[in-house]
Write a protein that binds this ligand. Sequence first.
Ligand code: ADP
Ligand code: ZN
Ligand code: ZN
Length: 821
Amino acid sequence: MLYNSFMPGYAYAEISVNSPLTLRRTFSYKIPAGLSIQTGQAVWVPFGAKTLQGIVLELNPYPLVEKTRDITGVIESSPLLSSHQIDLARWLSDYYLAPLYESIALMLPPGFERRAITYISLNSGSPTYLETATPEEDEILNLIREKRKVNLGALEKKFGQQRTRRTISHLLQTRSLVRTYELEEIKVRPKVVPHLRLKVPVEDAKNLLKNLGKNAHKQSELLRYLIENPGPTAISQVRTEIRFSSGVIKLLLSKGLVEIQLFRLNRDPLSVHNVNLSFPLSLTGPQESVLQSIVSSLDKGTLHKGVPRAILLSGVTGSGKTEIYMQALAEAIKRGRKGIVMVPEIAMTPQILERFISRFPGRVAILHSELSLGKRFDEWWRIKKGDFDVVIGPRSAIFAPQPDLGLIIIDEEHEWTYKQQELPPRYHARQVALKLAELTGSTLVLGSATPDVESYFKALSSEWQLLQLTERVTPEVGSPLPKVEIVDLKQELQAGNLSLFSRSLASSINMALTNQEQIILFLNRRGAASSVECRNCGWVIRCKRCEVPLSYHSVEDMLICHQCNYRVNVPQFCPRCRSRRIKYLGVGTERLEQEAALAFPRARILRWDSDVIRGRKYSHQEVFDRFREGKADILIGTQMVAKGLDFPKVTLVGVICADIALNIPDFRAGERIFQLLSQVAGRAGRGSAGGKVIIQTYSPDHYAIQPAVKQDYAEFYRKEIAYRRQLNNPPFSRLAKLTFFHTNERRCREEAERMKRVLMEKPEARGINGISLIGPAPAYIHRLRGRFMWQIFLRSANPSEFLSDISFGSGWSVDIDPVGL
Ligand code: ADP
Ligand code: ZN
Ligand code: ZN
């Protein structure tokens, strides 16, 4: 229902208020005469003495609360949210138990939350003369008349708040003056990089160099550098090669020998790609039949009965999934629909972007968190206008205002980056995409070489559809699948080898170095330091109740279960083989780098992990480029190196210790290591040189390691799903993780225990409903930024429903369907 000036009504608007106490309040406002309001529109509303931004979610002929105030004004004349986005926000809030405004905020234009600036302007035609005006008041009025529109804050600053308000209040009442609100401007600061260059001809500079005094050797050094590199060079770049202070630059500047030029860093994501047009390839038989299934879903729309809600495309790397995505998209476009394509991490997948851009030149929007606010803001509005056929981005791309949506694609659907973990709503993009597909009648395609076990389970049921591609499109000439070798670390120990490199790995590394080939050493650092293992027989100490590995806590000097708080002392010897070689598994990439440098002194080593990136030594792209250009022999990294990168000169991949990932206290550890090892195995032998993968482990017979070696997903799935069923883990149940944060450990535990009692008191918690509450227990990462964390796990068929009437105070975080325990 639409209201206009003749038909005043009421609007329910959700507003952003920074107080958890107001979260569950209903906000209902009156639509004043003369204002036309639509759902999804952004408005200014009064809240106490403040004016806040709100989004209209509902229009009603009657107020929802007893007393309503008027909507102050309109922020944007057209609605920001479509009606299905409003439905999606409500669903997000209910499903993930997140504040409604936070759910809406995901879909608002970047930088939406800005302060309101009040302007006072003349209402044309109305007299603005106050007969009673004092000279002081006239001064203010004259200014308004002259400028026609002034910033209220600026007026108050100039003339004083009281005096200003007194002057204008009457004129506002008589509507001779009107008040309007505008968003403060987005502060976009272009990134500028200072460059240094010679200001004089090279020959002159050479002559001058001779005349520089002996004690000016720093100046000479810099000048010599600039003679050799006469073009403008970023000062930061010069500094990586020679050292000098800014005083040296100043001296050369004052002598007129050099100049500084500012270059604006171009942040347009598309400008770095050379666009070569690409044309659809003629599909192989299996590809064609996959495409036809997707097209038939496009034609029916997923809203129809009997049409699957999603299509899981399970296909080995190189089976032509991306080509299918692009052709399916072209089919959607033909039908007047548009698409959203999600990729796990945009910085690490430049190749897939390039392929879409060259297939759909000028029709691809890229959402990238590294873009400036202004750029993202512009892009958002262009998407909303319908400028792009396809939006590509990370998980947040699912909230892009893409109109006429027809096709949603999630590439590498098993990746954990699709789950937002830090801030509410803690959504999973796959779950959101399912809902959005349902709301818009779009087709959802999920692609992966190692599908998430829960997705595969659904795909095998009638709920989704499973499409498979089992072969590579082009068996790459001279590049057979890599040979995978498993090294049993227990045997290494028994043979007296205590280093991080088994004999086999060490000799393979030396051989590759001799042949001037490249090597990747892979170490999953998650879980460093905590689990405890017998280095003789591989036995890992686990919780008697939950089966997850116990973690060592140095403060208590005990082993603790992070699910149920079961505690034991660290055993003195292995209960299985009586060995005393009980060790904490905990080696990081940094130590690996040091040991590699000692063991292989002639190798050039490059480390790639989040510390290196965060320390801003290199960006992802720089590490990638350096290694690809052959500036290092060994690349050491965490899971990052496993992510879809091609390095043709790599012939050897070593997994230092597969067990680290295996022994994290999480029922998904097996799945994780399978995915990781499958990916890692796919890294070697991309080029013509062939390749070898060496996996070092204490548990060579593990059910997830064996099928990874054979690249046999079906075998892995069979075993994994049997364990899940046995322990009633997802997909056979659903979980919620409730975490309480506090600086005081005792308070933290007490609050968690109190919450457990509150939850236990709910009638549904008793008995028959298959609901179980586990914990409270200290979290796996026990302490984060000075705060302790205690957790309660809830297992039930519908955790959101069970928890919906519980009020979690501040300090609590609720994670529905958590991906990490
Ligand atoms: P995936 O996404 O499953 O890893 P891609 O779509 O990237 O597979 O395909 C792997 C390679 O095979 C790419 O170089 C792609 O261009 C090529 N390719 C895909 N489909 C065909 C086809 N029908 N004919 C020829 N080459 C193809
Ligand atoms: Zn043992
Ligand atoms: Zn336990």
